[in-house]
Design a protein around this ligand. Sequence first.
Ligand code: MV4
Length: 448
Amino acid sequence: MKTITTLLIANRGEIACRIMCTAKALGLTTVAVHSAIDHSARHVREADVAIDLGGAKPADSYLLMDKIIEAAQASGAEAIHPGYGFLSENATFARKLEAAGLVFLGPPASAIDAMGSKSAAKALMEEAGVPLVPGYHGAAQDLDTFRTAAQQIGYPVLLKASAGGGGKGMKVVEREADLSEALASAQREARSAFGDERMLVEKYVLQPRHVEIQVFADQHGNCLYLNERDCSIQRRHQKVVEEAPAPGMSAELRRAMGEAAVRAAQAIGYVGAGTVEFLLDARGEFFFMEMNTRLQVEHPVTEAITGLDLVAWQIRVARGEPLPIHQDQVPLDGHAIEVRLYAEDPEGGFLPASGHLDLYREPAGGPGRRVDSGVEQGDEVSPFYDPMLAKLIAWGENREEARQRLLAMLGETVVGGFKTNLAFLQRILGHPAFAAAELDTGFIERHQ
Ligand code: MV4
């Protein structure tokens, strides 16, 4: 058993506050790190100890690996939680922590590396029996290879950068006549964006849903799936609404997808919280997309339907404890929906907004309601960071009750001083197609 009494949180905003909330409840001492502009940010105010990283930009603060390690050593922290973004999926950081004798509250560095290249990850998943979209992810990168592969797959096909992720470096090709030009252009883009022009090609799945499985593994070889989340409502690969369970998901499909996700995690020696993303097509077939080797923004909907505290589980697992339940004991109770409240201007191309939070009222608390936020009235919203202000999460006995509760919460939310996506969220939640759970990744474009 590893002793963890002091936890450093290498992050800011709502996720830093979320992690500290559990850490405190478990009796741990919390250490915040912060940038020059965050010296009085909410995560700093709520921490037991705060350490200044110096600079303003992420590169000069939350991304400074050695400085963060020094901060942990100076404060007596035995473990570091990276949150999401920043250093959360950085294998070099995970290795540096191990070398420094610190615990990384994330997976082994080798598991992060295994999912770093899409082509290599697909080869591993194929080996592990995880369903893949029909495609080619081999080493040869010439036009003839791609032409032959695309012919076999059948058009339309999708070119993806091997080094890409989250939708960057993708190109749909409708017919063979367009392949040569599309490949050259995709390779150019991949080279400039990732310094790596390698591509793969897949069958282009029409109007898919994004359904992801939360997995959790301990250090003793146990791995569970904690049900799924539907994150189909996205805008430019940015999730806007997430819910659990996925509407229409049968128990059989949940089990098949969950078992595939566990095979994926076990194939790469996973430990801790992870998410395996799948595309779900209209016929109910699912295909591996990618694995996120971190705790995700949308983890609260899983917590709402399972009653589990995923951050508490991360700490237990890091201490070397076994997972406390078996697969057949994983609860699935009711329905939960989360929306992300952003400081951005939907009328102005969703440009991020920043400034002083003159007026900020969160919805009242109560049963089935949860607000995870990183700001309070009077705070500064900086243009340096992600403009997410808060996550509003509603739980109900069923989807409609959760939807109504979330609409009520949105109605009680007040943000003055700058633009937010509040009205945009209300339109989505109130839309008849959302109420009818007609979800796919084209929802926002189709209904805007
Ligand atoms: C796809 C696809 C259709 N067919 N792959 C987007 C992000 C990246 N993780 C993979 N993505 C997609 N891959 C095949 N073979 C459609 C998408 C996609 C998407 C996926 C999930 C959520 C939103 C999306 C929006 C546009 C495209």
